[in-house]
Write a protein that binds this ligand. Sequence first.
Ligand code: SF4
Length: 257
Amino acid sequence: MSTAIKLYARETPGFADRLAHTVALLRCAAADHPGRIVLASSLGAEDMVLTDLIAKERLGIAVATLQTGKLHAQTLALVQRAEAHYGLTIELHHPRTEAVVHFVQRHGDDAMYRSVELRKACCAMRKVEPLERLLAGRTAWVTGLRREQSGARAAVPFIEADEHARSKISPLADWSWHDVWHYIGSRHVPYNPLHDEFMPSIGCAPCTRAIAVGEDFRSGRWWWENEDAKECGLHVQAHSVSTIGRSQSQHSEGASA
Ligand code: SF4
């Protein structure tokens, strides 16, 4: 059994209800936004759960990810493994070449370590702008956000409106880390092998490290920065919040997409 599954997979009370609610939410969203809904996948554990559900339930939800140009080889390989496993195509959205060349010429390849401003500029160029293109023409998007991932995500609703009035749907909002790995382990879902090397939250290679026992799961991301600065801009724009269908429950422990 893999390290991550052995460490984290656990069936906890209420899992079947949470899974049923997730499936209902995804079905509803696919029906409400035919041909205009996408899973914005980080290829993290949560997003592999959602990819599995979308494929197995044959939901009309596209799957897309950001190829920042800084991903680990294992993450890139996961794209091909998932495509072969599910028989689907994962859209890859790249940063603009001229923007990358200009930024690297001006600030160097390791600019993210020099200041929060430069790190955020790198994220804006490699992630935020490509995400806008990924979402263009779409009326809804699905994310793997969960409330226990961080304090900043503690109130993530199942559905909210983003700044462009698109529906942003987080069907795993009330899932625990144990739930995620119980699903992955029991359904043989393909996942990033870096999770077996104590990287619960995986982003770009220069900005992700393994964590030690007792460290917060998100501490392996941008570890040189203060906790308050640790978002890349992909999930900080939403403002109008609503919930549907179910009271928000909470759990402890967590990792990140
Ligand atoms: S996570 Fe790091 S490498 Fe990736 S876009 Fe942000 S700063 Fe750049």
